[in-house]
Design a protein around this ligand. Structure first.
Ligand SMILES: Cc1ncc(COP(=O)(O)O)c(C=O)c1O
Length: 253
């Protein structure tokens, strides 16, 4: 075996050896399929079992309620910086963003291209060394949604509990702490996370979206940009990152 170093990269991050070994075998031929995981059709029965099993494992691990959809999309967490406002920031409304690090700033930049953004709080003046206190939040109770970055990968600050926000939908980038601890999914309307840090490899972004949000999506969006396309087609409208989804499903974990 090639000698392996200690890998502390935040992402793509280290994978358990058992997962790499299994993937290595399946790279030549999946048992009883006779074909590499890299060659397998996303329309095949075998891949359908893989993606459904990845979804059901996640549902179990994260205790995702039944009124949420689980999507495996592409474009990384960065693409969600755009997809969230394109789907959910209506023209006549604004969205609250709490800025706690460079990833939140990137999310704000994309939302501003779509509509009005209210910076409900920012800790940039202290170089993002803390999460704002509840009484610092200037929230709009008519906002389309509130966006937070749960864990600020670069600055190391983290929301330990959700802010108190009333009835406005809470949306979170959980890229660097998904599955690192229990997250009360029912407190969020939408959670997204690139899977290359805590779940698997790059090229897949997990989106957990509450059913009622789909009703807010305006008609006429480009097909691939519309969450409803991916819900209706169970993440298989186009060819997904089959290998990335397969790694997310590694039962050896
Ligand atoms: C909190 C957070 N959000 C978003 C991203 C961007 O993710 P991606 O590279 O999947 O677009 C990262 C990447 O490090 C991140 O740490």
């Amino acid at each position: 075996m090639t000698e392996r170093v200690f890998n502390f990269n935040s992402g793509p991050a280290i994978l358990p050896l058992a997962v790499l070994e299994e993937a290595q075998c399946d790279l030549m031929a999946l048992p009883r399929v006779g074909m590499s995981i890299l060659e397998l059709s996303h329309r095949s029965k075998t891949f359908d079992q893989i993606i459904r099993s990845a979804e059901s494992s996640l549902r179990e691990l994260l205790e995702i309620p039944n009124n949420y959809h689980v999507l495996f999309l592409q474009g990384g967490a960065s693409f969600q910086f755009s997809m969230v406002p394109i789907n959910l920031l209506a023209k006549n409304n604004s969205a609250d963003y709490i800025v706690t690090g460079s990833w939140s700033k990137k999310a704000v930049r994309e939302a501003k291209r779509v509509g009005k953004v209210n910076i409900a709080a920012t800790t940039e003046d202290s170089n993002f060394s803390r999460i704002p206190q509840q009484d610092e939040l200037k929230l709009d109770d008519r906002a389309a949604y509130i966006h937070i970055t749960i864990n600020n990968t670069i600055f190391g600050t983290q929301w330990k509990t959700e802010p108190s926000i009333g009835n406005v939908p809470l949306i979170a980038d959980a890229s660097s702490d998904i599955l690192s601890r229990p997250i009360p999914i029912e407190k969020y309307a939408l959670i997204y996370a690139g899977t290359q840090k805590n779940m698997g490899v790059s090229g897949v972004v997990l989106v957990i979206i509450r059913n009622d949000l789909l009703e807010r999506i305006p008609d006429g969006l480009h097909t691939m940009l519309d969450y409803r396309t991916h819900v209706e087609n169970k993440s298989l409208y186009n060819t997904p990152n089959t290998f990335g989804i397969y790694i997310n499903n590694q039962p050896s974990l």
